[in-house]
Design a protein around this ligand. Sequence first.
Ligand SMILES: NC(=O)c1ccc[n+]([C@@H]2O[C@H](COP(=O)([O-])OP(=O)(O)OC[C@H]3O[C@@H](n4cnc5c(N)ncnc54)[C@H](O)[C@@H]3O)[C@@H](O)[C@H]2O)c1
Length: 364
Amino acid sequence: MNDKKLRYGLIGAGSNAERKHLNNYMTLPNVELAAICDVNIENAQRLAQKYNIPKVYSNYEDMLKNEELDLVSVCTPNFLHAEISIYALEKGVNVHCEKPLAINALEAQKIVEAKIKSGKQVMVGLNNRFTNEAVYLKKYIDAGYLGDIYQVKAGWIRRSGIPGRGTWFTNKDCAGGGVMIDLGVHYLDLALYLIGMPEPSYVTGAIHQNFSHTTTRNRNGYKGNPNGIFNVEDTAIGFIGLQNGATVNFEFSWASNIEQDKTFVEILGTKGGVSLINGELKLHSELLDTCVDISPILNPNIKLKNEFEHFTNCILSGEELIAPAEHGVYMMNIIDHFYKAAYKQKPVIFENSKDNILLFSSSF
Ligand SMILES: NC(=O)c1ccc[n+]([C@@H]2O[C@H](COP(=O)([O-])OP(=O)(O)OC[C@H]3O[C@@H](n4cnc5c(N)ncnc54)[C@H](O)[C@@H]3O)[C@@H](O)[C@H]2O)c1
């Protein structure tokens, strides 16, 4: 292992940047927090002071021109992910970009092209792939314990979980969509990643917007903007047919009249099934002609791949990325087709999903 210190820069000094990226990159001995940038310079200054980051910028181009950086985190609103990631790659900097990789598959694909040209790495911030449960499930499924997988369910439903009514999250131009592009990219991604990201054949579904008028459904701690735009869906429901014959149904909502929030991935196969419901992992099968449920006792001390250390290892020693940019294109292609189906109220076929990236744009 190379012992070079990587010079790190952060772009977009908001809540996720601090909670996730800075708190993790600061713990890595081979990373030097070198620079931070936010158009709102006060956000950048506050974090620079707290985390002892020497250089502060209000413009990411200036930061990338002036600093010799090895990697950056891109933690801005979604519509800037492609523009900033591509610029960083052109400057020869590796990119850890938050989810979604971009606001549509075309932009995501441009990031992949810039990555290939630069010879650098791009990882999407898909933290749910790195949990103890997800790592165990991936191994279990890859080992064939489920038999033939025929059905997958994925979802994340909240009672009051709008990430700030009237903020950039509810503005289609800034976010690219609503709950589907916010929570869907986490749990639909996890489900499809676990089963090996098969090619989709068709998708259908619906989107609803029922909570745009109220601030009472904001997520705890998230301030809304009463005058802000809300032109995206707060609920997304869909069904995907995969080319291998398996099916996927999913449900995502920021707000709904349910008793409790819930996250779920359930994968059903001919020999067994698995469920990860609100973080609780169970295996379902048969033993001695009897149905059994197994609760694996995962070793809490197991050395898991940490998303941040993993990315530095990928940069320094060529370790294979767990969440490469190409996976972001796959997901955004599915989401683009889903939105088209939902707006047109009819199923949409993936003509040739690898080559046919759809650009579809509409809003409430
Ligand atoms: N992986 C996760 O679990 C997770 C969780 C939350 C958010 N996210 C993602 O992280 C990203 C940021 O979300 P957030 O909740 O931190 O939002 P936020 O609004 O708290 O922060 C965004 C920051 O970007 C700054 N910004 C805007 N334009 C900029 C520009 N041109 N240059 C530099 N900075 C700019 C804003 O001033 C703000 O400080 C989003 O893409 C979101 O989807 C991921």
